[in-house]
Design a protein around this ligand. Structure first.
Ligand code: CU
Length: 129
């Protein structure tokens, strides 16, 4: 339904007729900026370890120094993380929650889910130069 304003010859002589038409926001945002969209930075190394219900996937992972590893809970249970050397840890995490840790030193980093260590929910990240 369309209702047209039926004010043909109103009693308002001071109508700002077409003055507001010049300040319309033009489409100036479409300037051709050559954004470097197709250049995935190869320096930011990342890896993901999924935390299922009572296992890490992958349980064994080898990364290079400087890699940021993100653990993500994909199971329905809650889980936690604890590196045996204490370099990273997180309390109870539920579905979708993550913990990221950047490894800056080479070495082996065994870790566990403290709740399910007895069920074999253990993993290890090996960091190489
Ligand atoms: Cu767990």
């Amino acid at each position: 339904m369309l209702i047209l304003p039926s004010v043909s010859c109103g009693a308002a002589p001071s109508q700002p007729a077409a003055t507001a038409a010049t300040s319309a926001p033009a489409a100036a945002t479409a300037s051709a900026t050559p954004a470097p969209t197709a250049s995935p930075t190869p320096t930011a190394a990342v890896a993901t370890i999924e935390m299922g219900d009572n296992f890490f996937d992958p349980a064994q992972l080898t990364v290079k120094v400087g890699t940021t590893v993100t653990w993500k809970v994909v199971g329905q249970s809650t889980h936690d993380l604890a590196a045996r050397d204490g370099s990273f840890a997180n309390r109870t995490m539920s579905f979708g929650q993550t913990l990221s840790f950047t490894f800056t030193k080479a070495g082996r980093y065994p870790y566990v889910c403290m709740q399910h260590e007895g069920d074999g929910m253990v993993g290890e990240v090996t960091v190489i130069d």
